[in-house]
Design a protein around this ligand. Structure first.
Ligand code: ADP
Length: 396
């Protein structure tokens, strides 16, 4: 059986999914797993398509000390599971820079070009590229496809992708890119099946996970995003502040004596829901807490989503629909209710029972905008792209 492996590599975890290629250029999920706790408490877990546990094993930090070791261990296990014949590997790569608006077959030259974008995504890009290099060394004949989180937004017009800074910086790549593009692309693909008329219209999609952003879709195309140059802008996130006056960064540097590395660690790891609540970056824990600071962080999150919805509504010239997705968007009826309440001025009205049950359509019949909950599937999007890039080789 020919299969496509999808890899999403982060600093301390390696997420992977295995898809069988099917006639008609379709893919079917076989396996889903992750190796987390790399270098600390490594644990490899995987489930089959029916949810049955296929693997659950701890390793010592010496056995899985870094990302290349994690790839090796995962690859060994996958090989041992039987008759999987890999046709290609699809990777999530956070930054495609100004150059890439489509997934690409990665060559050593392309890998070098992608490494140039490391300064644009210092915490994500190196981890995304490391497995590609490792696998290329082990299996140079195996096609590897890079799918970019920025690509879906590359059609943004100049008003959306500029900062008000001198043009030379824009020319060298200091632009508003937008991220979570694979998630938005999946939603844009899914919407015509769920709500064909709405898919032609003006839709705001809120991807609310540990990273969070919103995207304005006009007829299924991204026209504006709350994220910009890095994954720090826009909405508050689990541990990132979202939009912040650059003056605060200057204050940290000049008054608090922090150097650039300390500011970077602070902005990526210590802010957002975690910083604001002083308790946790996890929405489930905040919702379960009785602490006033947890309640404030939740209210702040909903408020900023609504503020950004106003901005995206202006970019679209009105709104026909709103979609919630990702961990919080798909699972937190409370956040959905609070955001919708703040969008009453746009004519949004919730159907509380449908929202509590997490149904697909959660707006009431009187609502002037249709509100949906759609689970995202970035890995499926990567598998589809990978299949499209390698073409018939997937079945040879
Ligand atoms: P990522 O893929 O970026 O790590 P996810 O899309 O998995 O993030 O989202 C993680 C977030 O979703 C966490 O803040 C988590 O608390 C939240 N979440 C997951 N399930 C629920 C739930 N039932 N209620 C509220 N929040 C939830």
């Amino acid at each position: 059986m020919k299969a496509i492996l999808v890899v999403n590599a982060r600093s301390s975890s390696l997420k992977f999914q295995l898809f069988e290629t099917e006639p008609g250029s379709r893919v079917k999920r076989l396996l889903k797993g992750q190796l987390d706790g790399i270098g600390v408490r490594p644990r490899l877990r995987a489930t089959n398509a029916d949810g049955a546990i296929a693997m659950d094993r701890m390793y010592s930090p010496e056995e899985v000390g870094d990302l290349p070791a994690a790839i090796q261990v995962t690859a060994d296990w996958l090989r041992g599971t039987g008759n999987v014949d890999l046709a290609a590997i699809g990777h999530r790569v956070v930054h495609g820079g100004p150059e890439y608006s489509e997934p690409i077959l990665v060559s050593p030259e392309a890998l070098d070009r992608l490494a140039r974008y490391i300064p644009l995504a210092p915490l994500h890009q190196p981890n995304n590229l490391a497995p590609i290099r490792t696998i290329h060394e082990l299996r140079p004949e195996l096609p590897q496809v890079a799918c970019f989180d920025t690509a879906f937004h590359r059609g943004h017009g100049p008003l959306a992708d500029h900062f008000a800074i001198p043009e030379e910086l824009y020319a060298e790549g200091v632009r508003r890119y937008g991220f979570h593009g694979l998630s938005y692309e999946y939603i844009a693909d899914r919407l015509p099946q769920v709500a064909p008329e709405l898919a032609q219209g003006r839709v705001i999609v809120a991807h609310l996970g540990s990273g969070a952003s919103m995207c304005a879709l006009a007829g299924g195309r991204s026209v504006e995003s709350t994220l910009g140059f890095t994954a720090l802008d826009g909405l508050p996130m689990g541990t990132r502040p979202g939009q912040i006056d650059p003056g605060v960064v200057l204050y940290l540097l000049t008054e608090k004596g922090m150097d650039a590395g300390a500011v970077q660690r602070f902005l990526y790891n210590e802010c957002g829901l975690k910083g604001l609540s002083g308790l946790s970056n996890d929405m489930r824990e905040l919702e379960a807490s009785t602490e006033p600071r947890a309640a404030f962080a939740i209210e702040f999150f909903a408020y900023r989503i609504a503020l950004n919805a106003g901005m995206l509504a202006a970019a679209l010239g009105g709104v026909d629909g709103f979609v919630f997705t990702a961990g919080i968007g798909e699972n937190s009826a409370m956040i959905r209710a609070r955001v919708t309440a703040r969008l009453a001025w746009l004519g949004a009205k919730l159907a509380p029972d449908a929202n509590a049950r997490g149904e697909t359509l959660i707006s009431s019949p009187e609502s002037q905008i249709a509100i949906y909950v759609l689970p995202t599937d970035e890995e499926l999007m990567i598998a589809r792209h990978t299949l499209a890039v390698i073409g018939p080789a997937a079945f040879a």
